[in-house]
Design a protein around this ligand. Structure first.
Ligand SMILES: [Cu+2]
Length: 327
């Protein structure tokens, strides 16, 4: 017996398949490619840092990894080692750096530009092609708190997507205040724009301006100090576009070493100006218990996330309380 219902279903199915084919001849391939790009989320790879006398072997990985930039907001970031900022690298003035970059990103060349070294960019900051690796050797002869970043063109895109961090080159003879320092922290200020939107990067109006990659960690987990402590902060503003006017409410910076060079010692600053890529070592002495907001005094940027808390308690331990005031 003729099953007209089955016949109708088969004909309808053909019509749907054919109309899809003619409307978009290669729909599956494009969709698959797009979703593969969207879902690339490589687990963080630990950096390798090994000292051998005055030579430091550093191995880092360029990779694509989702990072949380605000509570519940994720960015499919281009990173060094799966975090934004990338790992803090610490070496000593006079060290030779033997640096290897593995590029795990299958879609894009990446590179490394260390502000801590003086070398020919066209030789030593060159692109490393997808899934390749390459090594470079250079000296870190000047002390400081230096930015590092991917230098692949367009640099704006690679920095705005997350490829930056800090390399601290400790001065050979230390800082004059070394023996007085009780606690040390590192803060990196940076910007997040509409995801992968190059026009937004160009316009320079970020959605978030953040400390250490997100707008919540330094509020939920304050930096801690004990009454009377001298607190040292290694700070760098990596931008890519904004200047930072770094300030800690309720303090005056007892010492500031501009760009982290001990010869650039300043006294009694209320605010330290950090150009894009600029760094500093700052020290404050905290003599009263309480929550001291850490901000950029460019308050549009502080309101977009660049604020945190320095919590001072009698024993230096966290009280676990919500910050008393927030900016
Ligand atoms: Cu890059």
């Amino acid at each position: 017996m003729f099953n007209w219902k089955l016949y109708l279903v088969v004909i309808l199915g053909f019509v749907i398949i054919l109309s899809g084919f003619y409307a978009n001849p290669i729909p599956l391939i494009e969709e698959e490619l797009e979703s593969a790009l969207e879902t690339l989320n490589q687990p963080p790879v630990e950096p390798v840092i090994l000292r051998e006398g005055n030579t430091v072997h550093i191995e880092m990985t360029a990779q694509v990894t989702n990072v949380e930039i605000s509570t519940g907001v994720f960015y499919n970031a281009w990173t060094f080692n799966g975090t934004v900022p990338g790992p803090v690298i610490r070496v000593k003035q006079g060290d030779t750096l033997h640096f290897t970059l593995n590029n795990m990103d299958p879609n894009m060349p990446h590179s490394m530009d260390f502000h801590a070294v003086e070398t020919s960019p066209s030789k030593n900051f060159v692109d490393i092609m997808p899934l390749e690796h390459r090594s470079f050797t250079y000296a870190a002869n000047r002390p400081g708190v230096f930015m590092y970043h991917c230098g692949t063109a367009p640099v704006l895109e690679h920095i705005a997507n997350g490829m930056y961090g800090v390399i601290i080159v400790e001065p050979k003879d230390g800082y004059p205040t070394d023996s007085e320092v009780d606690r040390e922290y590192t803060i990196v200020q940076s910007e997040w724009y509409a995801e992968h939107d190059f026009n937004a990067f160009l316009d320079g109006s970020p959605e978030y301006v953040v400390f250490n990659g997100d707008d919540f960690t330094l509020k939920e987990h304050p930096l801690l100090a004990k009454v009377g402590d001298r607190v040292r902060i290694y700070i760098n503003n990596v931008g890519p576009n904004r200047v930072s006017s770094f300030h800690i409410v309720g303090t005056i910076m007892d010492r500031v070493y501009t760009d982290g060079n001990p010869k650039n010692m300043l006294y009694g600053l209320q605010t330290v100006m950090l150009p894009a890529s600029g760094g500093a070592v700052i020290e404050v002495v905290v003599n009263e218990e309480g929550d001291y907001p850490i901000v950029t005094h460019q308050f549009n940027d502080a309101t977009k996330g660049a604020s945190g808390i320095l919590r001072v308690t009698a024993d230096g331990l966290d009280t676990g309380e919500e910050p008393a005031m927030s900016h």
